[in-house]
Design a protein around this ligand. Structure first.
Ligand SMILES: Cc1cc2nc3c(=O)[nH]c(=O)nc-3n(C[C@H](O)[C@H](O)[C@H](O)COP(=O)(O)OP(=O)(O)OC[C@H]3O[C@@H](n4cnc5c(N)ncnc54)[C@H](O)[C@@H]3O)c2cc1C
Length: 402
């Protein structure tokens, strides 16, 4: 068997969370390696709404000034009911912006030292070596990597979450088409998010800048019809057009004129909030962050912002231990116990936040897309009134300094 390469901190997954975690560590002078299965940066999903809590995390990572100029600010949403009644609500008290995913992942990746991200590296399995307590990763090409600390930021189908014993993610009864549309002469829409509902489908539209809008179509998942989800962009666009035939002309034209290369179709998944209470979130020096831990539906648009918060807290907890232990050393020293303590501190700090936000997202999703009995609907509303009375509270969260 080939000898394993030995590394200190390995992050599996080069999405928002993995890159942000590596950047947080880099800002604290700590090297890590990100293993990403794709051959290039992935920006699937076209765009992402970043709420004030996410901007606070980006500020800690030193990227807010780079990214602020790429998207216009907004705070309010207009919901249009199936009967055509418009209802305006405030979604945040500070500026929220919708970023092109490409802008966000490029900004994160460009701020990292060369060689940090290794593309084309798919992790297929993980184990712990008893003698050293190191994680041993096997890649798709058979090569092995030994890591003193392993952080799974590998999203919905996380190999690492599976290894540490988290229950699998569940499917929602909805799928979502997402895309971008460019209006060369300007779209003229107000800086607000728009959500229009008809039958079982709804459409969202958010301006990114004066000429580009991000949109999504949330479609009911019909098992028989949708078992074979289209993968090519033209068929995805046609599916969105078929299901939005009764919507207003501007919405239909927006979908018709969308940038084919930006389109994607995703079946929505989440990790049940009660599964997040699991004690087994760390196995030796292995843990998870971002969607790998707390995948949630997109009903509050918070998955990415919370992944950025995880990254800042994780980098802070690891750097505190590592910096204290390395004051008089030239080479990084990281004992197994130090690593375990740092990961426990991270999990302790994040657990309440993650469970509450996942629960809020779950309940919002139930009320938005599921046909609930009157009793269940009433129960959801009571939980909202008792536990989540302040509907903007989650956007005020501050993950603290790096
Ligand atoms: C329809 C929809 C709309 C959304 N809208 C918003 C929004 O507006 N705002 C918001 O904040 N959030 C939104 N989200 C959620 C957000 O996209 C996620 O929470 C966020 O992308 C999580 O980032 P991540 O890095 O944890 O995971 P991912 O982005 O999934 O990244 C995981 C990475 O790991 C890699 N990987 C996976 N397995 C392996 C492996 N075995 N080996 C190596 N690499 C691997 C993948 O290639 C990928 O690059 C939305 C989600 C959906 C589905």
């Amino acid at each position: 068997m080939a000898a394993a390469e030995e590394l200190d901190i390995v992050i599996v997954g080069g999405g928002i969370c993995g890159l942000a975690t590596a950047l947080g560590l880099h800002r604290k002078g700590i090297q890590s390696v990100v293993l990403e299965r794709s051959d290039t940066l992935r920006a699937t999903g076209a765009a992402i709404t970043v709420f004030p809590n996410g901007w606070r995390a980006l500020h800690q990572l030193g990227l807010d000034s780079t990214l602020l100029s790429t998207a216009i600010p907004w705070q309010r949403a207009v919901d249009i009911s199936p009967e055509g009644v418009a209802h305006e609500i405030r979604l945040s008290e500070e500026d929220t912006r919708c970023l092109r995913r490409g802008d966000l992942v490029e900004a994160l990746a460009n701020a990292l030292p060369l060689q940090t991200i290794r593309f084309g590296c798919q992790v297929v399995s993980v184990n712990v070596e008893k003698s050293s307590s190191c994680a041993v990763l096997q890649l798709h090409d058979g090569s092995l990597i030994k890591a003193k600390v392993l952080i799974g930021c590998d999203g919905l189908n996380s190999v690492i979450a599976n290894y540490i014993g988290l229950k699998p993610t569940r499917f929602l009864s909805t799928c979502s088409v997402r895309g971008l549309t460019l209006y060369p002469n300007g779209h003229g829409y107000a800086p607000k998010s728009l959500r229009v509902r008809k039958d079982k489908h709804y459409v969202g539209r958010i301006p990114i800048d004066e000429k580009t809008v991000y949109w999504f179509v949330a479609l009911e998942w019909i098992q028989k019809v949708d078992a074979k989800m289209p993968k090519d962009p033209a068929s995805i666009r046609q599916l969105a057009l078929d299901r939005t035939a009764g919507f207003s002309k501007d919405i239909v034209e927006m979908i018709e004129n969308s940038d084919l290369s930006s389109l994607s179709l995703t079946r929505l998944r989440y990790r049940a909030p009660w599964n997040l209470l699991s004690r087994s979130l760390r196995r030796e020096t292995i843990t998870v962050a971002g969607d790998a831990w707390h995948a949630m539906g997109p009903f509050l648009g918070q998955g990415g912002s919370v992944a950025l918060e995880d990254a800042v807290v994780l980098a802070r907890c690891l750097s505190k231990k590592i910096c204290n232990a390395n004051m008089n050393r030239s080479r990084m020293h990281l004992s197994t116990q130090m690593a375990k303590d740092a990961l426990d501190e991270y999990l302790k700090e994040r657990r309440r936040r993650v469970v509450l936000l996942s629960t809020l997202t779950y309940l919002t999703g139930l009320l938005t897309i599921e046909d609930l009995s009157l009793l269940l609907r009433l129960l959801c509303i009571i939980i909202f009134a008792v536990v989540f009375r302040d509907r903007l509270n989650h956007t005020r969260y501050d993950c603290g300094e790096l």
